[in-house]
Design a protein around this ligand. Sequence first.
Ligand SMILES: [Fe+2]
Length: 465
Amino acid sequence: MRNPYHEFTAALLLILMACCWFACATDGFTGSYVRKAKKPKDMPLDADVFMLPPGYNAPNQVHITQGNIDGSAMIISWITNDEPGTNTVLFGTSNYNLSFQAEGRVNQYKFFNYTSGFIHHCTLKNLKFDTKYYYEVGIGHTRRKFWFNTPPKVGPDVPYTFGLIGDLGQSNDSNITLAHYESNPAKGQAVLFVGDLSYADNYNHNNIRWDTWGRFVERSAAYQPWIWTAGNHEIDFAPELGEVEPFKPYRNRYHVPYKASNSTAPFWYSIKRASAYIIVLASYSAYGMYTPQYQWLEAEFKSGKIDRSETPWLIVLMHSPWYNSYNYHYKEGESMRVMYEPWFVKYKVDVVFAGHVHAYERSHRISNIAYNIVNGNCRPVADLSAPVYITIGDGGNLEGLATNMTEPQPKYTAFREASFGHAIFSIKNRTHAYFEWHRNDDGVAVIADSMWFYNRVWNGIHDSV
Ligand SMILES: [Fe+2]
């Protein structure tokens, strides 16, 4: 028979632990580092990172992204400027013998008075896992060769290291962010990009700035997949120029494997990579009840397809953050939070990465799902089933840093700092992952903020302080 005294003592202990945790969780931290106040300067059109590669019809803006659900396919994209050329990709596991061949497709689009180059997309399929592949494009004219590594086969304890970059743009600071990411000793194997790529819309939608951005990031994006999320700067809705099709340049240039996850549009989709299940959401496509994105996400969660014994780590990418204590973009993510946050808690999302706010911020594990109009419970509370929310919109674009913060620091936010930088999310096994944020002003190995993540399903104890 149970001893009621023991039960009372146990309950008291639990309450004390919960109180202690919440007390700890209220000690938010604002980085004391003072960054020099200088607005980013855009790199000029003749900057070396924007140069066309030499040779007739040379492929440029080469980039790759995952091409199917499990990472055994890769989408190779490139642009030729003089003529369409071939859609052929030669590839193989030996640098000297590209024994396989795949055929892609070419497309072109017009935007106001701009006509794009010839945009090629080709999916390489049935790749071996955990293997280095070499590939060559520009067959028939000027050939260019690159390489990539496929991820390990999907499995629960497969280590994998993701880089995190957001709101990159094409300023001198953007260049520093990318250089820091490339030289980070943590060695990211794929980039989770949380939206706002080129900022071409800030140049009156001059699509030449889409081209320069593509050439700028090629030095990374041709060698490791960048997993794309659409931000507001991808919308390119410009009725004053007669351009009313949202996302036209982005959709033509950056293909993603959305059909593989039963999505009906390239702005929301999911993939598995190593031990992670990654859901990409669209802040700027309809997400309310009955919409295609809502129905798709509901099926993602409720169909049982997210198997945490196969992919323990559940990561969500979106552009507009739900939790943000800077005085920018206030409430822009709020209605999506109201719609989807109960699922994130119920299905134990480990971490949500967002951009949009040009700064860095990391939350505690909190939720705000109790409010029902009449009960008044409208504040975020500590919740061990909830994700950590990280804003990583600090890539360095020309709009500058978000320096103005709400004061005092809200209790739900653990660390915030207005500096440019990038982050790394390094999965060790099914229970542990290490997150680190790097500010551009430090040496490449310096970690300015960090957190050991404990997986919500396999190790769901407190970890966010
Ligand atoms: Fe944005």
